[in-house]
Ligand binder design. Structure first.
Ligand SMILES: Nc1ncnc2c1ncn2[C@@H]1O[C@H](COP(=O)(O)OP(=O)(O)OP(=O)(O)O)[C@@H](O)[C@H]1O
Length: 251
């Protein structure tokens, strides 16, 4: 079976000299839930930016390797075209339009897929609100007044509104209370199962990510140093020592 996403031997440079990734290979099966883990600066965000065509806005480029989506090399396709094909990237930092309402934020994302129309919008509102009932209650509120957790839900809800086929979420748990972060991962899990949506998350919270993803990769200094089924990764001594040793990520 063709994987949803297949990255092979990816090398990324920023400017002429800064090597952010070196030989990264990652597979996301169709309908699979995969986590990309690692400390600050390991290259997690760079990997997602390479997939969604955002590197060029940061003077970054793919020097070697391929990124295939459903068998087709997408490395040279601009980000807006990738979004139309259903490759959606929820960037770190909960990008929402603060002065627009929740509904308006959601509606704006339909343009990402080049689709519009009230019937479609109504259908997708119901779908997003089904997964994020908290957003329904705040539908008429300005996004800037939502809590951090609600803003993260809105950022993911916006991507969902654009009917993704591959959803990438960068640091969904960042700055959130453990309960809210866990809720968000539970919802991602449910969406992945219900809709056969392929999901790739980037996380520093290893335990949380591996509790939900089926498979994980660990990045260190731009290279994959470990990979495997989530439970096996969690059991692996070295990983536990390095990332789960009672630190901030161990909840
Ligand atoms: N726009 C950029 N220009 C130059 N170097 C960059 C740029 N973005 C990232 N880097 C460098 O590339 C490496 C990987 O960064 P990246 O942001 O991908 O890591 P990360 O694992 O996502 O970390 P974080 O969790 O802090 O976001 C780092 O050494 C970083 O300093």
């Amino acid at each position: 079976m063709v994987a949803a996403l297949e990255i092979s031997g990816l090398k990324v440079l920023y400017g002429q000299a800064i090597e952010a990734l070196d030989g990264v290979s990652i597979t996301v099966p169709d309908g699979g839930f995969v986590a990309l883990l690692g400390a600050n600066g390991a290259g997690k965000s760079t990997t997602l930016k390479a997939i969604s065509g955002l590197l060029r806005f940061e003077n970054g480029r793919i020097a070697e390797g391929t990124i295939k989506y459903r068998g087709e090399d997408i490395a040279a396709i601009p980000s807006y075209q990738l979004a139309r094909r259903g490759i959606l990237h929820v960037r770190e930092g909960r990008f929402v339009f603060p002065t627009m309402t929740v509904e308006e934020n959601l509606e704006a994302s339909l343009f990402a897929r080049g689709k519009r129309g009230p019937a479609l919008a109504r259908r997708v509102y119901e779908e997003v609100f089904h997964y994020f009932p908290a957003l329904k209650e705040r539908a008429k509120s300005q996004a800037g007044y939502l809590s951090g957790g609600e803003q993260q839900m809105l950022a993911i809800g916006r991507a969902l509104f654009a009917q993704p086929e591959l959803l990438m979420v960068d640091e969904a748990s960042l700055g959130l209370a453990p309960k809210i972060a866990a809720d968000i991962f539970t919802i991602l899990d449910k969406i992945s199962n219900d809709r056969k949506l392929s999901i790739l998350v980037v996380e520093q919270n290893v335990t949380l990510a591996l509790r939900h993803a089926a498979y994980g990769y660990v990045l260190e200094n731009g290279r994959i140093v470990s990979e495997g089924e989530s439970q096996k990764l969690l059991d692996r001594d070295s990983l536990s020592r390095r990332y789960l040793g009672g630190g901030a990520n161990a909840h």
